[in-house]
Design a protein around this ligand. Structure first.
Ligand SMILES: Cc1cc2nc3c(=O)[nH]c(=O)nc-3n(C[C@H](O)[C@H](O)[C@H](O)COP(=O)(O)O)c2cc1C
Length: 263
């Protein structure tokens, strides 16, 4: 089980890094119990050069390799491709993700058009001073879902301005145990093969968007065609075990939303 932990905090020894570090230790122990080899790597976005998106749309129209910003973006994307699961984490900054993480999400926007990670799953984590972090978790999960990820879960940790590892262990040991168990079980039982309603609905909306597209020679359209995602019998990016009633309602809901969104 290859896991990539992507940390969107500027503080390498801050609350967010501590939380995901403790979680990684627990995942290692839990997977060991099931004789699963776990290989966990961490990317601190703060240690990489990821320039601000200029909004030029070259990644959309000509492909991401033509992006005029030469930095570490594609190297990190390659690391995601090598992983089975990612753990994406951010501190809450004014009720949302940190600017560091948001810029990374923006730079990866071409993956919303050409989902590259179906079959991979993600867990999303935020740490906050005291406030609610629902919006932060939503920013991360929504982006990941549109990139093709299946979301295992999302959790939030109130850590104040700074919580040391011992305090954190004391306060969150059980919660981290539970999350580690959930992540390993998800992998062990191939739960990513059963996408949720929201994931199926997002697929349908994207599918209708490209079916209606008049730009048949665009990079995006060609990608959807090459992946064979445009056929009416396609319910999801990958072949999955699904409940036909769930698929039916997700497709109908997706079609209704698409009617309004894609006018
Ligand atoms: C610029 C900034 C904005 C913040 N905004 C919020 C906020 O809106 N709500 C909240 O509960 N905590 C907020 N916090 C507190 C952090 O989310 C919290 O301390 C977090 O655990 C820090 O993680 P880190 O140590 O990985 O940086 C903010 C902190 C900073 C530095």
């Amino acid at each position: 089980m290859r896991i990539l932990s992507i940390v969107g905090s500027q503080r390498k020894h801050g609350n967010t890094s501590h939380t995901v570090y403790l979680l990684s230790q627990k995942i290692k122990n839990y997977s060991h119990n099931y004789e699963i080899d776990s290989d966990i790597n961490t990317v601190f976005l703060s240690e990489h050069i990821i320039r601000m998106c200029k909004g030029c749309r070259i990644c959309f129209n000509k492909g991401e390799k033509n992006c005029p910003l030469k930095d570490d973006l594609l190297e990190i994307k390659n690391k995601i491709n090598e992983a089975d699961i990612i753990i994406l984490s951010s501190p809450v900054y004014v009720e949302d993700v940190s600017g560091l993480l948001k810029n990374w999400i923006d730079r990866m926007a071409f993956v919303c058009h050409r989902p590259e990670f179906p079959g991979k799953s993600a867990y999303v984590i935020s740490t906050s001073g005291a406030g609610s972090t629902k919006h932060t978790l939503m920013t991360m999960s929504t982006a990941l879902r549109t990139w093709g990820f299946s979301i295992i879960g999302a959790d939030t940790f109130k850590t104040g301005a700074f919580m040391n590892k011992d305090e954190m262990k004391k306060k969150y040991d059980k919660r981290l145990d539970k999350i580690a168990g959930k992540i390993v079980d998800y992998y062990r039982l191939s739960r990513f093969l059963s996408p949720g309603f929201l994931a199926l609905m997002i697929f349908r909306i994207q599918q209708l968007y490209y079916k209606k597209s008049s730009e048949k020679d665009s990079v995006d359209y060609r990608y959807w065609e090459k992946m064979q995602w445009l056929g009416e019998k396609r319910n999801y990016y990958i072949t999955v075990k699904t409940n036909i009633i769930k698929v039916f309602f997700a497709r109908v809901s997706g079609s209704i939303i698409a009617k309004f969104v894609l006018k």
